[in-house]
Write a protein that binds this ligand. Structure first.
Ligand SMILES: Nc1ncnc2c1ncn2[C@@H]1O[C@H](COP(=O)(O)OP(=O)(O)OP(=O)(O)O)[C@@H](O)[C@H]1O
Ligand SMILES: C[C@@H](N)C(=O)O
Ligand SMILES: [Mg+2]
Ligand SMILES: [Mg+2]
Length: 359
């Protein structure tokens, strides 16, 4: 039986470029495990920070070495796909953040008519943009913190409205609040602010990352996460909790071994576990997720409130990331998990062909 050629897409034009490389290495290892290596051949594609795709030896090297090597910039009009892209049977995009987790790559792969792992255009776009995702969550009746959506133009283009905007944030959300680029992950560009001066600086900084910015009321709560796996009948994993000493779960805390502890399963009453699992599945459906997602929550123990924070449609697969560990603790090993993700991609693609033929 010939092996399925799996195009592993990683790197990407995103502030989460380095995280993607580490996630891709873990996926490549799982695909190389004995049970999978009989079925799948890995064909890596590294997307440089400037957006240029590299296949062949360069991609292999980035995947193997600990350094992300940048080839010299190629002028956009000379930009082309490596020839091996034409021979891919199935794509495994393990790209985090904009230009990878947000529906852009998913649109390209949909047009190529080749199956791919994860959500489609809508699920990826709605799951990436924190403003769009919160609108979908509200519509689904999921509780969340108070927030305000802002555009870069409100911060940069009109100095007269900026003080009023800050007044409004102070009056409606108060301090501490969290300023975030709407389309990013791994806490890149996020600031916890406690004063007017910090608020102004954080808004200015977030606007360097994204046109769309969100400010959220800060909540004091336990942080818990749930993994989702499946297409139209997805299942939810056990719940994991993250504890740390830092001010919040920032980039350094997330990716430095020993800075955060992951408690799996989280020590929670069974009723709370069930509510979180139910909410995770509702969130997945609300954005039209497919394949996989990790849903992040705040649990306010004193009141019993469960607030949804966000969904990640291409969650991290690094050694400190929750998604694979949640499934391992639910009974699905990493090796099995990547196999199931590929099978789900094939199932979704087959169903979409069915829809095309009905039309
Ligand atoms: N409203 C809030 N109240 C309290 N803490 C918050 C709030 N929003 C974010 N945080 C803190 O910031 C962290 C990162 O927030 P969030 O999950 O929204 O960012 P992200 O960049 O999408 O992260 P990732 O995709 O890596 O999970 C949270 O895990 C939490 O520690
Ligand atoms: C990769 C990072 N955005 C995560 O959610 O794990
Ligand atoms: Mg996120
Ligand atoms: Mg998060």
């Amino acid at each position: 039986m010939s092996k399925l050629r799996v195009g592993l897409l990683f790197g990407g034009r995103s502030g989460e470029h380095e995280v993607s490389i580490i996630s891709a290495r873990a996926i490549a290892n799982a695909l190389s495990a004995e049970a999978n290596s009989q079925k799948y051949e890995i064909v890596p594609f590294y997307i440089q920070k400037n957006g240029v795709w590299q296949g062949g030896e360069t991609a292999q090297q980035v995947l193997k070495s600990s350094e992300a090597t940048e080839n010299p910039a190629i002028t956009p009009n000379l930009w082309q796909f490596p020839a091996e892209t034409a021979e891919i049977d199935l794509w495994f995009p393990i790209l985090h953040g904009p230009n990878g987790e947000d529906g852009t790559i998913q649109g390209l792969l949909t047009l190529m008519q080749v199956p791919f792992v994860g959500s489609g255009v809508l699920g990826s776009a709605a799951g990436m943009d924190k403003i769009a995702m919160k609108t979908a969550f509200a519509q689904a009746g999921l509780s969340q913190v108070k927030y305000k959506a802002i555009t870069r133009a409100q911060i940069w283009s009109n100095p007269c409205i900026f003080p009023k905007l800050c007044d409004e944030i102070e009056a409606t959300l108060g301090y501490p609040c969290f300023v975030k680029p709407a389309n990013l992950g791994s806490s890149v560009g996020i600031a916890k602010v406690r004063s007017r001066q910090e608020l102004e600086a954080a808004l200015d900084n977030a606007a360097t990352y994204d046109r769309r910015i969100i400010v959220e009321a800060g909540v004091v709560a336990r942080e818990v996460e749930c993994a989702v796996l499946g297409n139209d009948n997805p299942k939810a994993s056990v719940i994991g909790e993250i504890t740390f000493d830092s001010d919040f779960y920032d980039y350094e805390t997330k990716y430095t071994e020993g800075k955060a502890d992951l408690l799996i399963p989280a020590p929670l009453p069974e009723t709370v576990v069930q509510q979180i699992q139910e909410m995770a599945l509702q969130a997945f459906a609300a954005v039209d997720g497919a394949g996989l997602a990790r849903v992040d929550f705040f649990y306010v123990e004193a009141t019993g409130e469960i607030l949804i924070n966000e969904i990640n449609t291409l969650p991290g697969f690094t050694s400190t990331s929750m998604y694979p560990q949640l499934w391992a603790n639910t009974g699905i090993s990493f090796t099995e998990l990547v196999d199931q993700l590929i099978q789900l991609a094939i199932e979704r693609h087959t169903n979409s062909k069915l829809e095309d033929s009905v039309k």
